[in-house]
Ligand binder design. Structure first.
Ligand SMILES: NC(=O)c1ccc[n+]([C@@H]2O[C@H](COP(=O)([O-])OP(=O)(O)OC[C@H]3O[C@@H](n4cnc5c(N)ncnc54)[C@H](OP(=O)(O)O)[C@@H]3O)[C@@H](O)[C@H]2O)c1
Length: 384
């Protein structure tokens, strides 16, 4: 039996995780749930799963839950609440599904406390890089990737002799603007950018998919998770989102990982690894005709992908700077304070405008994150 803390339980990954839990009540139990502002859904989840530890974004919402829940869990709020959830003595597995670098400290603490951490929160890995491995090594924690491309790579690289590998590729759907001309992309609206063709996700990652920054963050995430350099990693656009990753060998052949584009699959893979349980969705069908297409990404129309490769090559705090600028720019775009094309401009300006230092400690990474946020917020204000 695994005893879970789910951080971001009210989001897209969080609710999918709870569906997997519902399908395996004898193998998965919920000890802790944490969310941000959606107290109504959190309350509903608490009444169903009865976690003994609960955290919400604000003190006021924690007080509201105390009054409105039909039982008395331990109630926490804010960043300390996230830590309380992952450090609860009964928790052995954490699903890190908060959005943004705010998830960094709780992911690090969970690894340091020896938990299995199923990480969807790619920003924490992009920002924290090697520090996450150090925390896992120090505390006996285990890092498993929920992101579909990385769960695919985990399966493809498991037990593989790295000396046989020539390259590693992750796929990208290409997002809603894959075949749009540059001038149309530059003027894209929020509504158009939120209209993802193959995945249903939270708003931040959906915008990142439209700029291809999501794929850029995933390239950095793959480098962190699997110890790969920028020259070993590539991206292939595959609009059908059925092949999630591929590995190429020195003899020129490839192995691919294929499954339906449903996040419950990689979530369940991480929760049960190395075991495999009956699927949360029907098995992939080869009895129907399908067409798969593959094409290289266009860095001129999607410059955020190139920026991510540049940050990976620069190393140190560069990925943290890029990630923080992007979080600020995407938020401003969603609020109507920036245009779509401004996102890449803000990211580029922040990455070029701040010093990159070696990755030494969590505190130093958080400082870089804050400096980049200040810089990007200044850029947004000047633009408005
Ligand atoms: N969705 C996908 O298919 C997918 C696939 C791969 C990777 N990911 C990654 O998984 C992460 C989550 O994505 P998502 O699509 O599930 O996002 P989402 O739907 O926007 O959900 C985000 C969750 O985080 C919570 N949250 C945000 N800030 C918080 C804070 N300061 N304290 C506590 N909780 C906080 C939100 O709570 P409230 O809603 O209550 O405010 C919500 O539960 C992201 O890093 C994303 O890149 C997502």
């Amino acid at each position: 039996m695994r005893h879970l803390a789910i951080l971001g339980s009210t989001g897209s990954i969080g609710t999918s995780t709870l569906e997997v839990v519902r399908a395996h009540p004898e193998r998965l139990g919920v000890v802790a749930l944490a969310a941000g502002r959606n107290r109504d859904l959190l309350k509903e989840q608490c009444e169903t799963f009865r976690p003994r530890c609960v955290s919400v974004g604000s003190q006021e919402d924690a007080a509201w839950l105390r009054t409105n829940l039909s039982y008395r869990p331990e109630l926490h709020w804010g960043n300390q609440g996230l830590l309380a959830c992952v450090l609860d003595a009964a928790v052995d597995t954490v699903v890190a599904a908060i959005v943004g670098s705010v998830g960094l400290a709780s992911t690090e603490a969970a690894l340091r406390a020896g938990r299995r951490v199923c990480v969807a929160n790619k920003e924490a890995l992009v920002v924290g890089g090697a520090l996450m491995h150090e925390a896992a090594l120090a505390g006996g924690g285990e890092l498993l990737p929920v992101d579909s491309e990385h769960a695919a790579l985990h399966q493809l690289l498991d037990g593989r002799d790295r000396a046989t590998l020539r390259e590693v590729r992750i796929t990208a759907s290409g997002g809603p603007f894959r075949d749009w001309p540059l001038d149309r992309i530059q003027a894209a609206t929020v509504e158009q950018a939120l209209n993802h063709p193959t995945w249903k996700m939270g708003p931040k990652i959906t915008i990142d998919s439209a700029t291809l920054m999501n794929k850029g963050l995933e390239v950095i995430e793959a480098a962190v998770l699997f110890g790969l350099g920028p020259d070993q990693l590539s991206v292939t656009v595959h609009p059908q989102s059925q092949v999630h990753a591929m590995v190429g060998f020195h003899d020129g052949s490839y192995q691919l990982q294929v499954c339906a584009n449903d996040m419950k699959l990689p979530i369940q893979y991480c929760l049960f690894h190395p075991d495999r349980q009956p699927g949360p969705v029907p098995a992939y069908s080869w009895d129907q005709a399908r067409t798969w297409t593959f094409e290289p990404p266009d860095l001129e129309r999607f410059p955020c992908l190139g920026l991510a490769f540049a940050a990976l090559r620069a190393g140190g705090t560069a990925p943290a700077l890029l990630n923080a600028a992007n979080e600020v720019a995407v938020e401003a775009f969603l609020q109507g304070r920036l245009g779509f094309w401004d996102i890449q401009a803000c990211n580029q300006d922040t990455l070029a405008g701040l010093p990159v230092t070696p990755l030494a400690s969590l505190a130093q990474v958080l400082d870089a994150d804050q400096a980049a946020r200040r810089h990007a917020e200044g850029w947004v204000r000047a633009r408005a």
